[in-house]
Write a new protein. Sequence first.
Length: 555
Amino acid sequence: MSKTRAIVVFLLTSWLCAPVFAQAPPQPGSNADSASMVTVGDQTLFPIRANLGPFSASERAIAASKRLADLAKEVSISPETITLDQHETSTDIVSGDMILTTVTENDAQAAGVPQVQLAQSDAQQIRTALAKVRAEYTYKSLIVGSLYALLCTLALVLLLVLIRVLARKLYVRIEQWHGTHIRTVRIQSLELISAERLTAIFLQAARAMRVVITILLFYFYIPLVFSFFPWTRTFGSTLLNYILSPISAGWHSFVAYVPSLLVLFVIIFFAYFAIRVARFAFKEIERGTITWPGFYPEWAMPTYKIFQLLIIAFCLVIMFPYLPGSESAAFKGVSIFLGVLLSLGSSSAVANIVAGVILTYTRAFRMGDRVQIAETVGDVVGKTLLATTIRTIKNVHITIPNSLVLGSHIINFSSSAKAQELILHTSVTIGYDAQWRQIHQLLVSAATSTPGLLHEPKPFVLQTSLDDFYVAYEINAYTDQPSRMATIYSDLHQSIQDAFNDAGVEIMSPHYNAVRDGNATAIPGSYLPSDYKAPSFKVSTVSNKINAADSQSHE
């Protein structure tokens, strides 16, 4: 009900205010192009371009329009009584004793025609316009206009009733579509928008469309009805131009912009074609079907992305002058503002991108490589221009900005294994009383029996130090499975424990304190004489002496 009242108020206000706007005379000092036109009723006759003495062209046009309006009311004066009164330097257009307007030599020069010819043309336009204006104010014309207005009103009522009926049917149909044509929007198990919400949105859109169509009908109905009556015809055309003028201006602007639009299409086409060709070429390089000395296959797609970015940036620079409004101050201001924001807020992002490019072309690592970056060890599972993602052996994903990756030391276990077998090593400490040759054999046999370690090249042992209490032995073994480093180390340690336990050799790490017989020499037994015996402790019994002393004291 409130919407209907608003439409009725708008209609009555427009109807009541129409005569005021339609009959408002031109005011001095208004726009020169419109004020210099001579008008009568709703008709524009001819322009006055030159001044006459102290009177400007607009003032002359206003005065002439006022005289013609007064003459149009005098129905007893025939338009045929309008004649020319020629003078030496001017020609007056008169009706009886009333001078309607004067045509001077300056007017003729501005129009580019002889003075007399211009005066005759203006007089003929005045006669025709007066006859037409008076005909519009006849009873017959007003009755016909009223009939047309009544027909338009009936048509409007029928359209409104039809819209109301169709709208109700549409509302019912939308509600019936709930659960069938209108369903819940999901992405896998994530519900983006429910069917109930979608139905409500469609209903609101249908109601809004009905209101818009109703307003448009009234907007076109009012100017049409106003055009049937001479008092409101000007206001009706003005109201209609509020819609038609922007549409016309937009259409003319679009037509004028078509050449620039074609240039944009050509630029976009060639950019798209260049990107497609580059994508095909770099794909083939990545597959190995196209080889380029010094250019590695893993460089193909990163290089393609950089090439794509450069092509797009180059095309945007070329397209900028052809964009609509590119020369406006607002467009330039927004461009500068965005440039400042990007320069201030993207310094870290640019640093990461540059670092990502450097890492790509230095071939520090590739997808799937087992690497150590600073203190993080794991497999490379993500590699972009901004960051690198590492999955540790505990299945924890760590994302490291490329600028930090570039600033840290990088250990690539996988690339070492591809070029040569990766050497895994671990240390044990054994006492000096053990034969070092036996220790070497035990360590090599433990490495040989460990899954994941290679038999060829053969494992080898290094004695890394002679410490105070033990000797440090380091077993080195080869592997081609760097992704199993943690498991292989665990298996190797188990094999070492089993081998040493079976051989009866103590592993002195970590070292510990124990009360032991330290009289025996620490030299291996093979170096000692066959009859060597370790000296024993000298232990004497003192309990008897203590008991004898106690008995004497009691006595």
